[in-house]
Design a protein around this ligand. Structure first.
Ligand code: GN1
Ligand code: MG
Length: 373
């Protein structure tokens, strides 16, 4: 017998169908328990228990990821890479095959499901609270990027076309704005809309540098936010970067900027008003210092010089994406209530403003981190 605690309204699936999906994979049947898991905004995620082992079951959002099976082959490539470099101590969740021997299960409704082992004795942190945690984040991201450097960028398939294409996000925002009557003048959104329009030029900075060939395309994680970093429950060491759906060719600067965007804003993406939205320079310096120790041998001077731009760009990009989704009827990011995407856009834009005020300090901080010791 298996037990499930599923939020029916959220998932719209019966307990029985989830159990049947899990049991299509090579696990000891029957499934004993299934419960919603994590805080992802795109896929549906469940924790499954069977035969005393815990797994992560996910429905990959087919409206976002055009070729879910490509995600799985990228994860397998990372896994092979991690096995060849055990010294980097990097854990990759293992994909469990279906009973038919496939890496994913295409359900009759067309959705693709996957099952992975759950990394045990690992926790994620709601926020960075100690310098040791910040150091661990930097070390982990640095080791992850170093591990991926020996892969040519085109060794991995593109799982999400247009991801971190800030000019394309801007173009989409502008076209949604055109389409929606009164969007520019609606007082509820006016401040955010104005903010985005005023900073249009920012959207092109990294894309232009890439198009001019100044910075290389490398394999990146795509979403190294604090929620996706697992720490060992006892030792506090950072163990793994999970949520590997956007592991694909991209700019290292997107990962660095996104990790700092997430880890250096203690109020989080949904700021409850108790902590001010601000970019914590000390945490950023500790993360980046540890990151530099792992990567300074191969990271190019052009990439290092653009880190301050990336720090400003990533909250701008995410704010733009939240705002566009709000204007467009909340079709991309999951929301618990109407207006949530707009509020989250405002938080990312407040972070951009704080970062702009600290521009000189950020520049000096980045140079200190990458000085040869
Ligand atoms: C989304 O699904 P989730 O929560 O891992 C998004 C990221 C955003 C993040 C913000 C594929 O990630 O780009 O930074 O929300 N992923 C995708 O929390 O769009
Ligand atoms: Mg993600």
């Amino acid at each position: 017998m298996w037990r499930a605690e599923i939020d029916g309204a959220q998932q719209g699936r019966t307990q029985a169908s989830l159990g049947t999906i899990a049991e299509a994979f090579e696990i000891p049947a029957p499934v004993e328990a299934i419960a919603p898991y994590g805080r992802g905004l795109i896929n549906d995620t469940f924790r499954v228990e069977a035969g005393g082992t815990r797994y992560v079951l996910q429905r990959i959002n087919g409206a976002v990821f055009p070729d879910p099976l490509r995600i799985m082959s990228n994860i397998q490539a990372l896994d092979r890479q991690a096995r060849q470099h055990p010294d980097l101590g990097f854990q990759v969740p293992a994909l469990i095959a279906t009973r038919a021997g496939d890496v994913g299960l295409r359900a009759p409704d067309g959705n693709v499901w996957r099952l992975m082992t759950l990394i045990e004795d690992a926790v994620n942190l709601p926020r960075i609270e100690t310098p040791e945690q910040a150091r661990e984040v930097g070390r982990l991201l640095g080791r992850f990027h170093t591990l991926l450097q020996s892969l040519p960028a085109d060794a991995l398939g593109v799982t999400l076309p247009g991801f971190h294409d800030t000019p394309a996000y801007l173009a989409r925002f502008l076209s949604v704005l055109e389409r929606i009557e009164g969007a520019r003048t609606d007082p509820a959104v006016a401040t955010c809309v104005r903010f985005a329009i005023d900073r249009q030029a920012l959207a092109r900075r990294l894309a232009d540098a890439r198009n001019r060939g100044e910075i290389p395309v490398r394999v990146i994680h795509g979403d190294p936010k604090i929620d996706n970093i697992l720490f060992d429950r006892d030792s506090g060491r950072a163990l793994a970067l999970i949520d590997l759906d956007t592991l694909q060719p991209g700019l290292i600067l997107h990962d660095i900027g996104d990790c700092l965007r997430s880890c250096c804003n203690h109020s989080g993406e949904s700021a409850d008003g108790r902590t001010q939205v601000a970019f914590d320079l000390a945490v950023a310096e500790t993360i980046l210092h540890a990151y530099a120790e792992q990567t300074r041998d191969w990271l190019s001077p052009e990439e290092i010089a653009l880190i301050p731009e990336a720090i400003r760009l990533m909250p701008f990009e995410l704010g733009l994406r939240f705002l566009t989704d709000h204007l467009d009827g909340d079709r991309y990011f999951k929301v618990a209530e109407p207006g949530e995407n707009l509020r989250k856009a405002g938080i990312q834009f407040a972070l951009v403003t704080d970062i702009e005020g600290k521009a000189a300090d950020i520049k000096a901080m980045v140079s200190r981190c990458f000085q040869t010791p």
